[in-house]
Ligand binder design. Structure first.
Ligand SMILES: Nc1ncnc2c1ncn2[C@@H]1O[C@H](COP(=O)(O)OP(=O)(O)OP(=O)(O)O)[C@@H](O)[C@H]1O
Length: 783
C-alpha cells in the first residue's frame, strides 16, 4: 500500500468514527426531543388542570393570573428547547452525510506540535470534552483554510492574532459517510475541487459554496470593519454567493445579538428570491428577510398611485423607440435618477421654509372645516427655524384642536338630530350606557333629558368626525402630490430649485409627461423614490431601526437617489452593496457608474471596496467570448474550466429560426442538461417566442410576476434572468436588427453571461455588432 492509500484509509477510518459518534448523538437527541415533545403535549393537555381559575375577588384574580402565566412560561420554554434541538438535529443529520470538507494542520508559534482541524458546516464536539471533532467553517481558526496556502499564516481571534505555520491543507468530498475525493492543496482552495463543483449541472436553487470559498470572497464574507462594503464583481464572480455566506457568517459570529430578521436582502425580482432562498437553510441558518425595492415602493405608495415598476420602464425603453416623446422620457429617466435631481429636490424642500407649502383643506360633509389658506397662514406664522416636519406636527395638533371646536359648534345642526332619530333602540342603549360610564367620573347626573340628548349629539358628531381626525393624524392635509406636481407645472419653481445647474434640455416635455401621469393617478418608476423622499422629509422619516444589515444585490440597478434613501430608511444598518456596472441595463443613472456617490454615502473612512475579477459560472470559452463585449472586460479572468466554443447559428426567417431552436433544445435535453433558457430581449419578444415554441416543446414562460425558479426549459426576458444561471443558454435572436443600439450592449452581455456550460446564439440575418466585434477564434459560426 503506498503512502497515499494509507492516508486515505486513515482519513476514512476517522470519517467513519466521527460519523458514528454523530449518529449516536443524533439518536440521543431524537429521544430527548421525543421526551420534550410529549412533555409539551402533556402540559397542553392538562393546561387548565394546573391552573387555578378563580375570578371572585382581586386576590384570586392575581393568583389565577400567575398560575396561568407559570404554565404558559413552562410550555413556551419546552417548545423553545424543542425547536432548538430540532434545528441541531437537522444539522447533525447533514453532518452524518458529510461531516467535513477540509482539514488544516496548523502549528501556532508557541506550540511544538501542529493541531489538526477539520472544517464542516457546523461544529461537533465530543460530549464530555472540549475536543472539536469538526469546527464550524465560520470559526476564527477556519479562516486559515480560506486565506492561506501551506506556509506562514495568521488568524484573528477575539484575544488577538495567532501566528504560526500551516503545515497541511487537505480537501475532501464526502458523501454518505464515504470519502469520494481527497486532495492536498497548494495555493488557494484547489482547482480540482472547484472544477468538480462547477462542472455539475445546475440546480433549481443556488448552492452554498462553503467548501470552496476563495480568498477574495472570504474577505467579503468576514468583513466586519466597514459600515459600507461595496463589491464590484464580474458576472459569475460569486457576489451573490459571497453575500449569502456572509449572512451565515454574521449570524454565527453575532449569535445571540443578531437575528435573521435583522438582516434584509434586496433582490432584483421575486423569482430571484426563490432561487437563493435555500442557501441559508442548507447551512443550518434561518433565512434573512427578502424583499425587492419595488415591493417596498408598493407598500408605501401603492394606495396612492398606480406605480410603474422598473421592468415596465425598461420594457418601454426597449420597445417604444418610435413613440412620440421617447427621447424626453429617456432624458427624464436619466435626470430624475441623478444626484443633480436629488439636490434639486433638497433645494426645493429648503425653499419651502419661507413659502410655497401646499395643503389640502379639511372638509366635512362637503364643507371646509379649515381651509388650505388658513393652514398656509398657520404654517408660515411659525418661527422659520422650526424644521418643516416639526411644523407639520404643530399644524396637525392645531388642526385636531380646530376639529374639536368645530365639533362643539355643529352639535345642534339638523343632520345630528336626524341621525339621532335613526339610532336603533340597541344603538341608543349602547351609546347611553357608554355615556353614563364616561360621565360618571365627572359626577354628573342624568336626570335631565336635555343633557342626555346633548351628550348623544356629541357622540354622533364625534363618531362622524372620526375619519376626518384619522386623516389629519396621517398628515393627509399636507399636499405632497400637489407639491411634487408644482415642480413640473411651474418652470420657475423648478429653475429656482435647480440653482446654478441647468434643467435638462427637454424639461418642458419631461414636465408635461410627468404631470399627465400624475393626473391619471399614476407615477413613473423614476418619480417614485424622489416622491417618497419628498413625502418622508415633510412628514418625518418612517425609519426602521431594528434592521442591522442590508444587503443589496444587483446594486448597479439602483440609482444614487435610491441608495441614499435606503440609508435613511435603515439608519442603524450596515450596508453591503454588490453589483457589476457591466450589467447596468436600465436607462437610469447607476449608483455604481461613479465611485464618488457610493463612497460618500457613509464617507471614505467607513467604506471599503472589493473587486472580484475571477468568473466561476461559465466555461473559459464562454468567458473569453463575453468579456470582449464590455469595457474593461480584458481584466476578467475565466476560471479554468473547458467547454465548447459559443456557437452562432445563422438562419433565414422565423420558421427556420424556430425549427433550429427546437432542435437545439431537444439536443440539450437529450444531453441531460437540467436547466436551459431561451433568453429574449424583452417580455414582448419572450411571449411571442413562447406562443410558437411553447406548443412544440414543454417549456415555461417567465414574467415579472413569476415567483418560482424551476428546472427545465425557460423562456425569459434578459432583464429577468439577472442573477440566475442555466446549464445552457440560447439567445433567441442575436441579430443586428434586434441588438443594434449601444445601450443594449449590457443587456446582451447580461444575457450571454447566464450560461454555465453552453451558449448558442441564433441569428436571423447578420449577427449583432456585439458578436461581430469579437475575435473570430472566440466563437464558431454555422449556417
Ligand atoms: N468559491 C466558489 N466555489 C464554488 N462555486 C462558486 C464559487 N464562487 C462562485 N461560484 C459559483 O459561480 C456561480 C456564480 O455565482 P454568483 O451567482 O454568486 O455570481 P454573481 O457574481 O452574483 O453573478 P452575476 O453578477 O452574474 O449574477 C454560481 O454557480 C456559484 O455557485
Amino acid at each position: 500500500m503506498n503512502e497515499n492509500d494509507q492516508q486515505w484509509q486513515a482519513e476514512q477510518a476517522r470519517v467513519t468514527s466521527v460519523v458514528d459518534r454523530i449518529a449516536k448523538r443524533a439518536g440521543e437527541l431524537e429521544d430527548e426531543i421525543g421526551d420534550v415533545r410529549s412533555e409539551a403535549v402533556e402540559i397542553r393537555k392538562h393546561f387548565w388542570d394546573e391552573v387555578t381559575v378563580n375570578f371572585s375577588n382581586a386576590e384570586d384574580l392575581t393568583e389565577t393570573y400567575f398560575s396561568m402565566k407559570q404554565q404558559a412560561d413552562l410550555l413556551a420554554e419546552r417548545e423553545r428547547s424543542q425547536r432548538h434541538s430540532a434545528a441541531y438535529l437537522s444539522k447533525l443529520k447533514r453532518l452524518m452525510q458529510s461531516p467535513y470538507f477540509g482539514r488544516i494542520d496548523f502549528r501556532a508559534e508557541e506550540d511544538a506540535e501542529a493541531e489538526t482541524i477539520y472544517l464542516g458546516i457546523a461544529s461537533f464536539r465530543e460530549d464530555d470534552s472540549d475536543t472539536f471533532l469538526v469546527y464550524d467553517w465560520r470559526a476564527p481558526v477556519s479562516s486559515l483554510y480560506y486565506d492561506y496556502p501551506p506556509g506562514p499564516a495568521v488568524y484573528d481571534t477575539p484575544g488577538g492574532e495567532v501566528k504560526g505555520e500551516l503545515e497541511l491543507k487537505r480537501q475532501f468530498v464526502i458523501r454518505s459517510g464515504t470519502i469520494r475525493y481527497m486532495f492536498d492543496t497548494g495555493v488557494t482552495i484547489g482547482d480540482e475541487l472547484l472544477q468538480q463543483m462547477l462542472s455539475r449541472t445546475s440546480d433549481s436553487a443556488m448552492k452554498s459554496i462553503v467548501a470552496t470559498i476563495q480568498r477574495e470572497q472570504n474577505q467579503i464574507i468576514r468583513n466586519d470593519s466597514s459600515r459600507m462594503l461595496i463589491v464590484q464583481g464580474a458576472a459569475g464572480s460569486g457576489k451573490t454567493s459571497a453575500a449569502l455566506q456572509r449572512v451565515a457568517y454574521l449570524l454565527y459570529k453575532y449569535r445571540g445579538v443578531l437575528t435573521s430578521d435583522q438582516m434584509v436582502l434586496f433582490s432584483p425580482n421575486p423569482m430571484f428570491n426563490s432561487y437563493v432562498s435555500s442557501v441559508l437553510p442548507e447551512l443550518g441558518e434561518e433565512n434573512m428577510l427578502q424583499t425587492t425595492f419595488q415591493e417596498y415602493l408598493e407598500t408605501r405608495l401603492g394606495r396612492e398611485f398606480e406605480l410603474e415598476d422598473s421592468f415596465a420602464q425598461l420594457e418601454f425603453v426597449l420597445t417604444a423607440g418610435q413613440e412620440e416623446g421617447y427621447s424626453a422620457r429617456l432624458e427624464g429617466i436619466r435626470y430624475k435618477s441623478s444626484t443633480a435631481y436629488l439636490e434639486l429636490v433638497k433645494r426645493y424642500l429648503d425653499g419651502l421654509v419661507d413659502r410655497g407649502m401646499r395643503f389640502r383643506p379639511v372638509v366635512f360633509r362637503g364643507k371646509p372645516v379649515v381651509t388650505a389658506q388658513e393652514m398656509v397662514n398657520k404654517f408660515y406664522s411659525m418661527d422659520s427655524s422650526i424644521r418643516l416636519a416639526n411644523r407639520l406636527i404643530l399644524v396637525r395638533d392645531w388642526l385636531l384642536e380646530r376639529v374639536e371646536r368645530y365639533a362643539a359648534s355643529v352639535k345642534e345642526e339638523a343632520w345630528v338630530e336626524e341621525e339621532m332619530q335613526l339610532l336603533s333602540a340597541e344603538d341608543y342603549q349602547r351609546a347611553y350606557s357608554r355615556l353614563r360610564k364616561q360621565k360618571k367620573g365627572l359626577g354628573e347626573t342624568f336626570d335631565d333629558h336635555e343633557a342626555e340628548k346633548e351628550m348623544l349629539a356629541e357622540m354622533i358628531v364625534s363618531s362622524a368626525l372620526k375619519q376626518v381626525r384619522a386623516r389629519i393624524k396621517l398628515m393627509r392635509f399636507a399636499d405632497v402630490k400637489g407639491l411634487y406636481r408644482k415642480l413640473f407645472e411651474d418652470r420657475n419653481a423648478a429653475e429656482q430649485a435647480a440653482g446654478s445647474h441647468a434643467l435638462p434640455e427637454q424639461w418642458d416635455e419631461i414636465a408635461a409627461q410627468t404631470v399627465r401621469e400624475l393626473e391619471q393617478g399614476r407615477l413613473f418608476y423614476e418619480d417614485a423614490t424622489p416622491y417618497l423622499y419628498l413625502n418622508e422629509r415633510l412628514k418625518g422619516f418612517r425609519a426602521n431601526t431594528n434592521v442591522r444589515h442590508i444587503i443589496i444585490d444587483e446594486a448597479q440597478d439602483y440609482t444614487p437617489f435610491q441608495l441614499e434613501f435606503l440609508k435613511w430608511l435603515f439608519p442603524r444598518a450596515r450596508m453591503t452593496a454588490l453589483g457589476d456596472l457591466n450589467q447596468a441595463i436600465y436607462a437610469q443613472t447607476s449608483a455604481m457608474a461613479d465611485a464618488d456617490p457610493l463612497t460618500n454615502l457613509y464617507g471614505p473612512e467607513q467604506t471599503e471596496w472589493i473587486h472580484l475579477l475571477r468568473s466561476y459560472r461559465s466555461t473559459r470559452e464562454i468567458v473569453s467570448f463575453t468579456r470582449g463585449m464590455v469595457p474593461g472586460g480584458d481584466k476578467i479572468e475565466p476560471f479554468n474550466r473547458a467547454g465548447e466554443l459559443p456557437l452562432v447559428k445563422l438562419v433565414g426567417g422565423q420558421d427556420e429560426l424556430h425549427r433550429q431552436i427546437i432542435n437545439q433544445l431537444q439536443e440539450w435535453t437529450a444531453e441531460g442538461y437540467e436547466s436551459v433558457a431561451v433568453i429574449c430581449r424583452t417580455a414582448e419578444e419572450s411571449s411571442k417566442a413562447y406562443s410558437t415554441l411553447g406548443s412544440a416543446l414543454s417549456m415555461r414562460l417567465v414574467t415579472k410576476d413569476t415567483m418560482q425558479f424551476e428546472r427545465g426549459i425557460t423562456i425569459i426576458p434578459a432583464y429577468l434572468a439577472k442573477g440566475v444561471e442555466f446549464d445552457a443558454v440560447l439567445i433567441y435572436n442575436a441579430s443586428e436588427q434586434v441588438y443594434q443600439h449601444e445601450n443594449e450592449r449590457k443587456l446582451f452581455y447580461t444575457a450571454c453571461t447566464r450560461a454555465m456550460h453552453e451558449l448558442v446564439l441564433m441569428s436571423d440575418g447578420t449577427p449583432s455588432r456585439f458578436v461581430r466585434e469579437q475575435p473570430s477564434e472566440n466563437y464558431r459560426t454555422e449556417g
